[in-house]
Design a protein around this ligand. Sequence first.
Ligand code: UDP
Length: 330
Amino acid sequence: MSSSYQKTVLVTGGAGFLGSHLCDRLLRDGHKVISLDNYQTGSRSNLSKQILNPDLELIEADVADPFPNIKVDEIYHLACPASPPHYQESPITTLRTSLLGALNVLELSLRTEARVLLASTSEVYGDPLVHPQPESYFGNVNSFGKRACYDEGKRAAEALFHAYAGEKDVDIRIARIFNTYGPRMQPDDGRVVSNFVMEALQNQPITIYGDGSQTRSFCYVDDLVEGLVRLMASDVDTPINLGNPGEFSVTDLAAMVVAMTGSHSSVSYLPLPADDPRRRRPDISKAERLLDWRPTVSLEAGLGPTIAYFRDVVSVPSSDHQPASLQPVA
Ligand code: UDP
């Protein structure tokens, strides 16, 4: 789906894993793209193939600081660390990013009359008591735990978007994004796919937290980007799940990664971190109905290019990339 006229699009977190793939897509569709990133977890190298593209502008700034007054047609608000070890490093920074970042993009939308899309998260459902999770489920979230800075930050951001839509008529979109993976995840990202692939490629033990029976649903990044673009182009101004409904246990994922990499890794077990959701799977019937969107890339198909990407990363001799880990709390 490409748009018929050239827009100017701001992508906050444009140098991140998801943001950089979105920038590629928007540039391919012929738009002017402004990436705003503070490079806390994003990297300029994610945008290296676009660096000579005159339609791409890079702004180095923190989304929590007051915004430059730029005229844009659309805003994709993605900026926020999304991996538990990263967002738990400084919970105050994570909350500042979520709360002030949302406020700043909404104020910019108001000034420039841009449509604004929030990258929200399946974490708004917490450790869900309803399975799979539809958008109508209000969630089971601990406001006083290790994940609270991210979960509650995103819930407050959704509430702020809702308030600006109701009170100021800002044109909002909200994507609840489920676990997404693919090339350009940082080797030290700390999430399960990058950790397992990095460990497998280096024949280090695969570190499973808990007994590995907890489940997640993994969406390949290209599918997710397609969902975001469709949502932005739609008239759906209420939260919508974007994710792959295929559900896998962490043990299933470990076995697939070991088989596909031909690794000699053993498995080691660490305690399950506090508040780690037991099960997660999106109900995507709303996205299917209203966006005509569903993922097309199976986990096995998506792991291929992901593993190939990390193979290049580990083959760089100067690198001493290590997977990031949480300090698990039993
Ligand atoms: N996990 C694991 N080993 C790792 C990293 C994560 O077993 O090296 C588990 C983690 O405890 C969780 C699942 O994998 O149950 C997904 O973790 P991730 O951090 O990728 O995302 P989230 O928990 O935010 O969905």
